[in-house]
Design a binder for this molecule. Structure first.
Ligand code: 4AD
Ligand code: MG
Length: 463
């Protein structure tokens, strides 16, 4: 018999159908003459209830093995459930235990564990309701992203992870070294030389695929990247990771308005898609994690984002009737508390702030006529702060060269990037969405470490 996924059985299984399932035991309840187990295979939040009657061969022996965490295969007949909470259940006719889980040592038991505790058992936490829901929603977000761009004719381009350029110019890079460990004598007490460059040239883990995406946009018009990026910033916050995923569309023949319109339509699309494909998981977040999750999704889908310039934002922040920890004044970057005040308290919806001072933004952003500000845009979300950062790019060779030099970089290191302005240059724009921040925003999860399967932070890179 072909085994079926539990989500599909719960949705469309009918009484008297013969089915087989495979999964992990979540709970066991014993009664006189029979027992119930709840089985989960990761396909849905809900478990399938399995009824095991004492006439099953080796009933007593099998029952002893059916502890929380054990891996099982069950075949049997679906029957209408008399119990509350489920439409249908499975009456076992055959049951096989693949791997047992010793109840004395298995760390996940039928109770609520704190997220802090679950972070210490990252290899097992995906078997809980919360992480099951998070990673299904994360998957749905990825699908929605590809669907959005593919439907619009964008090309998904794969940009390198090892690179020689610091796209953001922030100097927060992990360097890459090539080690030939097999030729390092292990017997001697000799320290490994970690200072060798990547085949003789300094290289780093990429902080952004943007510069390479610009290369591709100058041939394919509309492209996007979706891949891992790395930042060696030592920030221990609930919104920063050392390794995170970023989605970066890049559009030729596009200005900042087109960029903002695309970003807004993009976020709306992802929220709609996730609400329609993961309704139970979203309901779960709303009930158990943050009771504003569904209202936030509704807000994103149905309201126009607020758009204002950095200069206007500074004026509003200076007038704010709360005391900020960090100072507010023209020329200083917005801190997360300022971003959250604007989105959460003042406008109560996402806010797009444009035209930041040139000196606090990256070299590639298009200089405005005032020569003080650049065509940048950040999308600030309630609870999260900056979720998207983007800009219209500087397409004028002379201005770009000037900006490269002003930021202490060498034009010759970026010769290929400058070439894009020498040959067939056009106005173009793009943005980067922090994928984990999106998943946080979508699910209401408080800590970014809990929306990526294997978080990498200064404290956490265990496996
Ligand atoms: O604002 P950032 O640094 O922009 C760029 O990298 C541009 N090259 C994007 C582009 O225009 N193509 O980063 C973009 C987004 C931020 O808005 C934030 O959501 C996320 O990436 N981000 C992080 N997410 C998790 N951990 C970190 N350490 C992050 N740093 C940035
Ligand atoms: Mg940014």
């Amino acid at each position: 018999m072909v085994n079926r996924r539990i989500a599909e059985i719960l949705r469309s299984g009918q009484p008297d159908e013969s089915v087989g399932i495979q999964g992990w035991v979540r709970t066991k309840r014993e009664s006189k003459g029979f027992a119930f187990i709840e089985v989960n295979d990761g396909s849905s939040l809900a478990n399938l209830q399995v009824v095991i009657n004492q006439d099953l061969p080796d009933y007593e022996a099998v029952l002893k093995k059916l502890n929380t965490g054990a891996a099982v295969e069950v075949t049997g007949l679906l029957v209408a459930s008399l119990g509350k909470g489920q439409r249908i259940e499975l009456k076992a006719q055959a049951l096989k235990v693949y791997g047992e889980a010793d109840p004395e040592t298995y760390p996940l038991q039928k109770k609520r564990h704190s997220f802090e505790f679950l972070r210490t058992i990252g290899h097992l936490r995906s078997r809980t309701n919360s992480f099951g829901a998070v990673f299904r929603v994360r998957n749905a977000c990825s699908t929605a992203i590809h669907q959005f761009f593919q439907e619009r004719g964008f090309l998904w381009v794969h940009t390198p992870i090892i690179t020689a350029s610091d796209c953001e110019g922030a100097g927060e890079l992990f360097s890459v070294t090539s080690l030939d460990l097999k030729n390092i004598p292990r017997t001697e007490n000799q320290a490994v030389d970690y200072t060798q460059d990547f085949f003789g040239k300094p290289t780093y883990l990429t902080v952004s695929g943007q510069l390479e995406a610009e290369v591709m946009a100058m041939a394919f018009s509309n492209v996007y990247t979706f891949g891992p990026t790395f930042r060696a910033e030592n920030s221990n916050t609930s919104r920063h990771l050392a390794e995170f995923w970023m989605v970066e569309p890049e559009m030729a023949f596009c200005d900042l308005e087109g960029d903002m319109d695309l970003a807004e339509a993009f976020l709306k699309h992802i929220f709609k898609y996730v609400l329609s494909t993961c309704p139970e998981d979203m309901e779960f977040f709303n009930q158990r994690i943050d009771d504003t999750v569904l209202a936030t999704a509704d807000n994103i889908i149905n309201n126009q984002f607020e758009r204002l310039t950095y200069t206007e934002a500074i004026k509003l922040l200076e007038k704010a009737d709360i005391k900020f920890e960090y100072p507010v004044s023209w020329g200083l970057d917005l801190q997360s508390e300022h971003e959250r005040y604007l989105a959460e308290q003042l406008f109560k919806k996402p806010v797009i702030v444009t035209d930041y001072p040139a000196q606090i933004k990256a070299f590639y952003m298009r200089l405005n006529d005032d020569e003080k500000t650049v065509r940048a845009m950040d999308i600030l979300a309630p609870k999260i702060g900056e979720i998207i950062g983007g800009s219209q790019r500087e397409e004028r060779l002379e201005v770009l060269e000037r900006r490269v030099i002003a930021q202490g970089m060498k034009p010759e290191d970026l010769w290929w990037y400058l070439d894009l302005r020498r040959y067939g240059s056009v106005p173009h724009a793009g943005f980067g969405l922090g994928f984990e921040r999106l998943v946080q925003f979508m699910t209401g999860m408080g800590n970014i470490r809990d929306v990526i399967p294997f978080p990498r932070t200064p404290q956490n890179a265990e496996f």
